[in-house]
Design a protein around this ligand. Structure first.
Ligand SMILES: Nc1nc2c(ncn2[C@@H]2O[C@H](COP(=O)(O)OP(=O)(O)OP(=O)(O)O)[C@@H](O)[C@H]2O)c(=O)[nH]1
Ligand SMILES: [Mg+2]
Length: 394
C-alpha cells in the first residue's frame, strides 16, 4: 500500500488532518507536541469508478455512487522544530518514522498564528513560508546525518577490489526507501569525489538533499486557510515553487463527524455538502462557515491533498482487476471488487504481481475488459483500466 506521512511543525493541524482522513481517535489540542507517538491508519485516494461507464453502480463500500476510494496508508507524526535532526523537541525518532513514507504532506499553519515551535503568537505574525524552509532542511539534515554516521562502512567497502559506490549507497539507504535506481539517478546528477575517503560533509549533504527530494517528495498543505491572511496561499506557491493545496482540516473533520451523526450528506472530496437533519443554530452557523471556505477553495482540501500526493506527485494510476471480463466481477460476483494504485508506466504483469505474487509468477496474458480484447504485455496501463489477468495460478 502507498504510504503518506504528515509532517510539519507542532500545532499545524497534522492530527486534525489525520483524524479527518481516517476517523481514528487521536488527540488534538492547541499546544505544541500534543502527539507524542506516531499514529498510523488507513485513508483513501479518490478517483472515478469505472462503474460509471456501466448501467449499475458497483455498490462496493469503497464506491459512493461512482466516487471510488482506494486505500492508502497515512502516518501522523510528532511535530518537528528547528534542530529536530539533532534531537530537539521530540527529535530524531519521528524523523525516522518518515523512512517508510512514499510521499510527505507537509501541513503548514497558513494562519501564521503559531511560531516555529508551534506556540501561539499574534495571528499573521509568523510567516508560514519560513516553516516550509526549515522543515525541509530538517529532513535533509536528518538524512545527511544517517549517511555521515554510516560513511565508515562505505569507506571500508571501498578497499575491496569489486567496490561499487552505487551498491554501497543502496545498501546504506534502502531502509530509507531509496532504490538502486534512485541512488544511480542522484549520483548522475551530483558531482562527487571518486574515493569515498575524500567525501566532505558538503558532499554528503548534497547527496542527502537530492535523495530526499527524490524519495520523499512534498506537497504543501496550507492548513487553517479559514484563518489565513489574504494572499497567503498565493505567496506560498510563489515563494516555494511547490504544489500547495489550501485546506481546512478541522472543517473536514466537522463534516465527517456530521456524516457519522447522520446530519450531513457529504463524500470526502466533494466541493459542497448538504445539511440533512435539524441542527442547533450554532451548529448550523459552524457548518455555513465551512461552506464559505469550501466555496472559495473548491472543497476542504483534505481529500485534494491526498489525491495530489497519489496521482500528482507520485504519478500513480488506478487499475481494477476482475475475473469475469464481461460482468467485471470476481469469483463471488462482486462488481469491481479491487482497485490497485500502480506507478504510471506499469504493465498488466505489474498489476498481476500487485494482486498476488503467485498470480504474477503464473501470468499468461491480460484482457482489457472495456474493449474485451487481449492486450500486449508491454502495454502501459491507464487510469481506470479494468483488466482480467489470465494466470496459471488461481
Ligand atoms: N482555524 C483552524 N484551526 C485548525 C484547523 N485544523 C486544526 N486546527 C487547530 O489547530 C490546533 C492544533 O491541531 P493538531 O491537529 O493537534 O496539531 P498537530 O500538528 O497534530 O500538533 P502536534 O501534535 O502538537 O505536533 C488545534 O487547536 C486544532 O483545532 C483548521 O483547519 N482551521
Ligand atoms: Mg498531533
Amino acid at each position: 500500500m502507498l504510504s503518506i506521512a504528515l509532517a510539519g511543525k507542532p500545532n499545524a493541524g497534522k492530527s486534525t488532518f489525520y483524524k479527518a482522513a481516517t476517523l481514528a481517535d487521536v488527540d488534538i489540542a492547541n499546544y505544541p507536541f500534543t502527539t507524542i507517538d506516531a499514529n498510523r491508519g488507513v485513508t483513501h485516494a479518490r478517483t472515478r469508478c469505472p462503474c460509471l461507464d456501466r448501467e449499475e453502480r458497483c455498490g462496493d463500500e469503497h464506491c459512493h455512487d461512482g466516487k471510488r476510494y482506494v486505500p492508502v496508508e497515512l502516518y501522523d507524526v510528532a511535530g518537528l522544530v528547528p534542530g529536530a535532526h539533532e534531537g530537539r523537541g521530540l527529535g530524531n525518532q519521528f524523523l525516522d518514522e518518515l523512512s517508510n513514507a512514499d510521499a510527505i504532506l507537509h501541513v503548514v499553519d497558513a494562519s501564521g498564528a503559531t511560531n516555529e515551535e508551534g506556540e501561539p503568537v499574534e495571528p499573521g505574525s509568523y510567516d508560514p513560508v519560513d516553516e516550509v524552509t526549515f522543515i525541509e532542511e530538517e529532513m535533509n539534515q536528518w538524512l545527511a546525518g544517517i549517511v555521515a554516521r554510516n560513511w565508515e562502512s562505505v569507506q571500508r567497502k571501498s578497499r575491496s577490489p569489486d567496490f561499487d559506490l552505487d551498491d554501497a549507497l543502496t545498501d546504506l539507504l534502502t531502509g530509507f526507501g531509496a532504490s538502486e535506481y534512485d541512488v544511480a539517478a542522484v549520483l548522475r546528477e551530483v558531482e562527487y569525489p571518486e574515493d569515498p575517503i575524500q567525501w566532505t560533509d558538503e558532499d554528503r549533504e548534497r547527496l542527502a538533499r537530492e535523495l530526499r527530494a527524490r524519495t520523499k517528495p512534498i506537497v504543501l498543505v496550507a492548513n487553517k486557510v479559514d484563518a489565513a491572511p489574504d494572499g497567503t496561499v498565493e505567496r506560498l506557491r510563489e515563494e516555494t515553487g511547490k504544489t500547495v493545496v489550501p485546506a481546512t482540516a478541522d472543517g473536514e473533520l466537522a463534516l465527517r463527524k456530521g456524516v457519522e451523526a447522520g446530519v450531513v450528506d457529504y463524500d470526502p472530496g466533494d466541493e459542497d455538502f448538504e445539511i440533512l437533519g435539524d441542527l442547533s443554530g450554532s451548529q448550523e452557523q459552524g457548518l455555513e462557515k465551512i461552506r464559505e471556505v469550501m466555496t472559495e477553495y473548491g472543497g476542504t482540501g483534505v481529500q485534494d491533498a491526498l489525491d495530489e500526493a497519489v496521482y500528482g506527485l507520485l504519478d500513480h494510476l488506478t487499475a481494477f482487476p476482475v475475473q469475469n471480463e464481461s460482468k467485471w466481477t470476481d469469483g463471488q460476483g462482486n462488481v469491481l471488487p479491487d482497485a490497485f494504485l500502480l506507478p504510471r508506466g506499469s504493465t498488466p504483469r505489474d498489476l498481476a504481481y500487485a494482486v498476488h505474487s503467485d498470480i504474477g509468477d503464473g501470468y499468461l496474458h491480460a484482457v482489457d475488459a472495456r474493449e474485451n480484447r487481449r492486450i500486449s504485455d508491454e502495454q502501459e496501463l491507464e487510469e481506470g483500466d479494468v483488466i482480467k489477468i489470465v494466470s496459471t495460478a488461481k
